[in-house]
Design a protein around this ligand. Sequence first.
Ligand code: C2O
Length: 542
Amino acid sequence: SVTRHYKFDIRLRNVTRLCHTKSIVTVNGKFPGPRVVAREGDRIVVKVVNHVPNNVSIHWHGVRQLRSGWADGPSYITQCPIQTGQSYVYNFTVVGQRGTLFWHAHFSWLRATLYGPLILLPRRNESYPFEKPYKEIPILFGEWWNADPEAVIAQALQTGAGPNVSDAYTFNGLPGPLYNCSKNDTLRLRVKPGKTYLLRLINAALNDELFFSIANHTLVTVEADASYVKPFESDILVLGPGQTSNVLLKTKPEYPNASFLMLARPYFTGIGTFDNTTVAGILEYKNPLPPQNIPTLKPSLPAINDTSSVANFTSKFRSLNTAKVPQTVDRRFFFTVGLGTNPCPENQTCQGPNNSSKFAASMNNLSFTLPSIALLEQHFFGQANNGIYTTDFPAMPLMPFNYTGTPPNNTRVSNGTKTVVVPFNTSVQLVLQDTNILGAESHPLHLHGYNFYVVGQGFGNFDPNTDPTKFNLIDPVERNTVGVPSGGWVAIRFLADNPGVWLMHCHFDVHLSWGLRMAWIVEDGKLPNQKLPPPPADLPKC
Ligand code: C2O
């Protein structure tokens, strides 16, 4: 294994999309950002230098960060943000992982423009457990905002209302021909017939789960969140923000008399407005004959709110090999996940829903407030008692109720910086239950520092007596981001073998900003190789 060095200069750059030019925050002037490539076992060292007025930090989404939590990146959780003119070196090793992940900014909504592929290849002497692809092509799903996303969320938080939405979705930064003034900004995949291509799909969008399909081509999913899965075919995929997948695309055996659109468009069951537009790219065969007037075929996508086709798709994921899923559980948790509101102060008129002061999003009725100093530093230096955070995040909601029926009145959200502390090597089971307080909505929940096994999921209220008997403890998929189904629940298990402070949150940035996040503190083990080492000397200060 080797060490791979990268330098990320965070710089402003003028970029034009949809006939709209604006200055955006980039890495090295690129949008989307540069590829980071390594093999399993390699060390990755990235020096990030901040040349922009915003604070910034970079997260290596899905990287386990075994005993390297100082390099994880979420602002105010594992580090203070990198301020203007400062730098920080992220230094970590890729342990036991290969596949497609991505990196993105983890401060406010900066990841709208600061994201790029993180490609983890197998060790040099190892091959893929599937046919060797002729070519590999990363496709990042993202958004284009005519407005400044930082201003959009700042205004939403101030008024308490829902934020404005993006103006387009993008493939590798390109909105494609279905938008006005965008024909030239189209992703074109030029392919040869009779070949197998590996598409590395990454949903880096801020706020939307996306359906994806290519006309007249079936895709074979072989990996999810950098874990191999039993290959399965489908015409339509769904990726939540934070989810990644490797899929095989087999091209037609002969030159077809057509080219083929690939489309992505949201899956959405929530309340309020969303960006209901479609990004298109073109799959075209490199026909050696002179160009001809051939038709462009279009795939059909499910209805915007087609929850059952999403459930059908997600039920197909299985670990390729027998999974190392914990067969016994030391600690059980049940977290409700959903939107709520903060009450409006008396005698005031508020702009939030139903005259509340603000939208809030919560787990177990708690909306998580970011601390002013990084939690990991506080924890590492034993300063739990200085009021920055508490360790009493509840294992159950404050008051049980029928989560998918009519909500009762007592669904208030309170604010705080609460964490759960678990000893090293605790076997954790967590059930995440969607609530219906402001309407059922799917939530892509992401856990830092771990992969977890998705042992069960279902609709309605989780039943602790019957549902666990149906858990898959043999070959459940291993992921870092899972959709809590709209009006349903999902159960995950993981072994807490990575000491540190690990954020868990909804990967919709709007819900993240509203507080749908919490932190797990995993204590050091007794042996030297079960402890988190001290922070690097250049760890940013708040
Ligand atoms: Cu991809 Cu906490 O993030």
